[in-house]
Design a protein around this ligand. Structure first.
Ligand SMILES: Nc1nc2c(ncn2[C@@H]2O[C@H](COP(=O)(O)OP(=O)(O)OP(=O)(O)O)[C@@H](O)[C@H]2O)c(=O)[nH]1
Ligand SMILES: [Mg+2]
Ligand SMILES: [Zn+2]
Length: 298
């Protein structure tokens, strides 16, 4: 499994031996095939992991999940951020920096479209009350945990055990602080909150770290924006097993937002599901906002 990528060199661990990382290059026959943290790869050559040795990645296994983004919503060029993560932990600070409307929705859309289970992790509860921030997500079965500096780790430990989980959030929300508590020997650099847009991110590379209780957690750099140009409304609805069949009855080109945009959307004909449909439509609004940050009238 690839645990880190740095300037044309991939750090990998061999199955069952996280203590012996090796460094590899990409074999020429792979061309420019993207290889990202979480990828399962076949390696040949020097696998001793001794200093100055270099193995070769000769094959990238098919991915079970993919977290993808575009630079912004109009940029069609997709980047794979992380491969094979079962869970996306969306980290949001309740203050400093304050939560941004639409970010959680957009991250959830990316998770569902890529096959990851989203989890909302709230930090800095000591600086601000939770308010009603999380209420919007109640009808989406989103698991919510507190992962701030002073919060007990039991709940999050249990969620992450034996899983490959990716942390995602803005710069300064406390991702590396959390990783350092989860993985005591991680020693991830932690920085002052620099303000989004100033471009100062304490972590600059994604790194997978082994959890003491089993499983892996991936610390990622704070993101500036999360473009979703590659995702369609159908991709989002298909992630919800109880609604996926219904949209086969929608008219062609239905965006599933309901009236007035989609007066004949089949999601309006599901008795007992209207709260859930309304919650999922907020995800579609975030997807359609065509702005990596802001949704609706916020
Ligand atoms: N008050 C308070 N501060 C926190 C909490 N969690 C983290 N911090 C502080 O927030 C600052 C930023 O934390 P980091 O862990 O570096 O944030 P990050 O998300 O890794 O940021 P990038 O690497 O830039 O993406 C540090 O000064 C932390 O000490 C918390 O629960 N409460
Ligand atoms: Mg960090
Ligand atoms: Zn529809």
């Amino acid at each position: 499994m690839v645990t880190a990528v740095d300037r044309g060199r991939w750090s990998c661990v061999l199955d069952g031996d996280p203590e012996r990382p090796i460094v590899a290059m990409r074999a020429r026959e792979l061309g420019r095939t993207p290889i990202v943290v979480g990828d399962r790869v076949d390696v040949v050559g020097d696998l001793t992991g001794r200093p100055d040795t270099l193995a070769r990645i000769v094959r990238v296994a098919e991915r079970t999940t993919v977290l993808r983004r575009t630079a912004d919503d109009t940029d069609p060029f997709e980047r794979v951020v992380v491969a094979n993560a079962g869970q996306l932990v969306i980290v949001v600070a309740l203050a400093d920096p304050p939560p941004r409307t639409g970010f959680v929705e957009r991250a959830m859309v990316a998770a569902y479209a890529g096959g990851l289970r989203p989890i909302l992790c709230l930090t800095k509860h000591d600086l601000a009350a939770e308010s009603e921030f999380a209420a919007e997500f109640a009808d989406l079965d989103l698991t919510i945990v507190f992962g701030g500096r002073d919060d007990p780790l039991d709940a999050i430990d249990a969620l992450l055990r034996d899983q490959l989980s990716c942390l995602l959030g803005h710069s300064g929300v406390g991702k590396s602080t959390l990783v350092n508590r989860l993985v005591p020997e991680a020693e991830r650099a932690v920085g002052a909150v620099s303000g989004v847009g100033k471009g100062r991110h304490t972590s600059t590379q994604s790194v997978a770290l082994p959890l003491p209780g089993g499983g892996w957690v991936i610390d990622t750099p704070g993101i500036r924006s999360f473009g979703l140009a590659h995702i369609t409304p159908d991709d989002v609805i298909q992630a919800f097993a109880d609604l996926a069949d219904a949209i086969e009855d929608c008219p062609r080109g239905c965006t599933h937002l309901g009236p007035p945009a989609d007066p004949e959307c089949a999601l309006d004909d599901l008795p007992g599901k209207q709260r859930r449909v309304a919650a999922i439509r907020l995800l579609l609004v975030a997807l359609n906002s065509n702005d990596p940050w802001v949704v609706g009238n916020g």
